[in-house]
Unconditional design. Sequence first.
Lengths: 366, 680
Amino acid sequence: MSISYKDIEENAQRELKETNSIQELEILRVKYLGRKGIIAQEISKIPTLAFSERSIAGQQLNELKRKLNDLIEARRPLLIEKTPQQKHSRIDITLPGVERPLGSQHPIINTMNQICGIFVSLGFQLYEGPEVETEYHNFQALNIALEHPSRDAFDTFYLAQESRYNIFNDKLENNSHINISNKLLLRSHTSPGQIRVMQQIQPPVAAVVPGRVYRPDATDASHSCMFHQVEGFLVDSDIRFSDLKGILESFAKQMFGPQIKMRFRPHYFPFTEPSAEVDISCIICGSAKTDKTPDKPCSVCKGKGWLEILGCGMIHPNVFKNVGYDHKKYTGFAFGMGVERIAMLKHGIDDIRIFFENDLKFLKQF
Amino acid sequence: MKVSFNWLKELVEFKISAEELAEGLTMSGLEVGRIERVDSDTIFEIEVTANRPDCLSILGIAQEVAAITKGKYKRPHFKIILPDTKSVKKRMPQQYITIEDKKDCLFYRACLIENVKVGPSPDWLRDRLQSLGVHCVNNIVDITNYCLLEYGQPLHAFDYDKIDSRIIVRRANRGEKIVTIDSDEHQLDENILVISDKNQPIAIAGIMGGKDSQVTFQTKNILLESAYFDPILIRRASRQLGLNTESSYRFERGVDLERVKVAQDKAVFMICELAKGNVVDIKECGQQIKAKAKKIILDCRKVNRILSLNLSRQKINKILDSLGFKCRKRKSYALEVEVPVLRRDVLIEEDLIEEIARIYGYENIPSTIAAVRSNFILNKRSEQIKPIIEQCLQGLGYYRSVTYSLISQDLLRVCLMKTDPVKLMNPLTNEQQILRPTLACSLINTIVYNLRHNNNDVQLFEISHIFSLQDGEVPCLGMIATGNILNNWQIKKEFDFFVLKADVITLCQRLGIEDLEFSPSENDLFKPTESADIKFKANLIGRIGKIKEEIISNFDIKSNPSVFYAEIFLDKCSPYINLDRKFRPLSPFPSISRDISIIVKQSVRYSDIVVVIKEIAKDLLRNLKLVDIYKGKQIPEGSKSMTLSLEYGLDDRTLTDIEIAEIQNKIITALTEKLEVKIR
């Protein structure tokens, strides 16, 4: 009886060697090991055998089944490598990816959000005021005399049809103090936002006011009639000049990196006293006047080593008086910075006009 | 302002180098922009802030230098020369000077100098002026310029013999003209203050002298003017005439009444020395108000608190002293500070604190971090959602753009806008004279710009304010697109109305505004057949459509691309914004999908079909999707075929096949009855 099993094994082995593909191997496997395969058929014949042979036949068949299974599985990996179709069906992974569109943030808005984000993380709240402002908010309330040379820096666009313009539209704003006869203009800085917040809320108050501002500057590589600013201020019972330094230093390190150096220079703004302009060490050449190379001065800082980035100071008591804050009880600081300038420095852009062209080749870089 | 290092050395005893001094000036508030070597001198270009007219003179700067270097300030001395009453041949007649309005000119002083020898200045004077960028004319003019630089007081010398009879300080008459020394002719009017003789203006007060009366090499007798003109008046006139001079620059910042005399006396002294003149007469007109020194009580504890310093009263006293302030002790902690008359910028205690801080050095003030506390500030809803919009639209492939809020009338016209826009009174150019009433114009313009620069597939958005007379300023979102949304080797898909519609819906869903309505609309911007108002609960919150081809062709571009635009009025939709999300449990019972294919008349709208289906299926319908829409072969003329996929389900059990078949049949019946639909 055992001879017939030997035949099965030999046939199987011979046929196995002749298989050339996974498919053929599968056919072979079904032929021998399938539910109705040769082994199964033999097993089904066991009851017809003599009683003494049954257990031996069972053992041998089980052994054979295991052996054939091992042989088939041993051959499988060889065939996988051999199968020619397998090579063809591999995708050409070097083909270009199928892109889906993804937009981007504009570098100005990005920079502005970044600036605001740092101050918000320090506890400042966001506020956005209107772009059409009253002369009062833009000037007088900020202690800027209307006919003083200090206004030279704040040349302003005025509205032509101010009597017909609906400035009271914004119901959230407290407009009770607006004199109808007040001239309307496009804010020339974000500082009127400071006034609007202080008119609404008693100290302590800390806010950042981002937004568009307008000045009648002829457009060139570094001037634009519209640009963005971020204003910030903090008023509480014991705010000091040293706090202004500390908070702005913290901002600069987060914005420009921990290696950045900073200096405060006395300056003049009508709405702060004492006032300062703040420079950071040049982020292009990195030198804060340490190594002088007069033959090849850095094109960004012009060899000075410093870049002016913002103006600031302790809020002038007159501003507090104008908004009804007790200037004996409270002190505070305010600062303002131009977003375009910072974005230009950060990204190495040398012409402000490119921001407003919105060329896709430009926008895609951010 | 240009300042000579050598000149400073003559006035103050100090040892530091020019570079060190420049650094010191910069760090104490007089920013040195540029350092330039001229021969043996070093010239600083100093930026003087608007509050420090006293520093528009070398003497003012010298006072600062003395404070910074702790060096001794040596006031210049000269002999005041009084009129030579004995040898007088000429004199100004009585009532020679008249000031019409004292508000325009507080004080006017004229000095008559006879027999001057007009000629070139000596080398030292020429060198000094030239190194400071001043053009040399003759010794008389050069001396007035020298004294201007020294004292900050503008002076003017007339040829006395060219003045007819008298000097009148008055407003010009409309129609009067003057040719100034730069040979330009100026039209004058009543806003402009002039110095006039009997007949005509001979100088624009405080700004520039007239050509006819200028000092030339032929001049024998001169009238030297020194005055205090009203700053606002000079400022307005200077702007009106577009004439900025060293003189107007100083007058509009306010000159010092004390120096009106002193500077003139110095000039007289120099003219007598260098041009051999004889002073024969001096006449003053107007009240010379003796400036009273202002006194401020300074609390030294407040100084130390604001600056986080621990300066002794002596130290504070010393700093103020070096700047020319006079201090007296008051109580144990205070000083009574007398402000020099020249320092008109110092009015309150805080001003003194700045003086102390800047001389002590801002860099020596410590850095501290205050606790940042704030009461709640209500920010507008439309501002709060900006980050969500930005994120969502960037994900949908839109690039954020930033365009000018100011546009031209022309752009409005090209975009067929007929609104009455908000205009500027004083635009700089025609390009920027209108506050835009919509973002559409700027965004169309930006699309055109990109097409011209070979960017053909463009999706942009902008969030900004728009302006109208009636509604004032409102926040708006604009989205615009053209070209392909997908364009690669597998798929090419052009942007169309429905892509933009889906993006609007997706965005609004993010903001918690579900079930937008799109209703047909007609306006100037959109092609009438592809245009819709976007509404929520019957309130208009935006609009969407294909930009009229007429508008695009108004721009000079070769192709005529399809451009799609949508705008959302953020203030209009802000009441409906809902950012709270409540979790709805996921149903454990699966959905079952069934398709319905129908043939329907062309005039039947998709929304009609949806209404019928929803009416029947009610809560059983979990989702409804349009799978396919087809026109052409096998479909009768005037009809279209639609395939819809309906997803049924319940939250508490699985629907049976029988139930679904029943619903499907009902839907089919209803569609057949109501919309004359045929089932395929």
